[in-house]
Design a protein around this ligand. Structure first.
Ligand SMILES: [Zn+2]
Length: 58
């Protein structure tokens, strides 16, 4: 068990609610390997992957 910082490995995008994770550079990317958000119709949105605000654990 390792403690590598306070961020979970997978969060949820604050814009499109898709799962997001961090790449090797620490940049957030969607689970579908797209940095840019897509809307429900598959079109590119103006936002990029960004985790929603995390709730404090306690
Ligand atoms: Zn997104």
């Amino acid at each position: 068990m390792t403690a590598t910082g306070c961020w979970p490995r997978v969060s949820r995008c604050r814009w499109c609610a898709c799962p997001v994770l961090r790449d090797n550079d620490g940049t957030w990317i969607h689970a579908n390997l797209s940095y840019v958000c897509r809307d429900r119709f598959g079109g590119l949105a103006a936002t990029t992957a960004e985790p929603e605000e995390l709730r404090r654990a306690s």
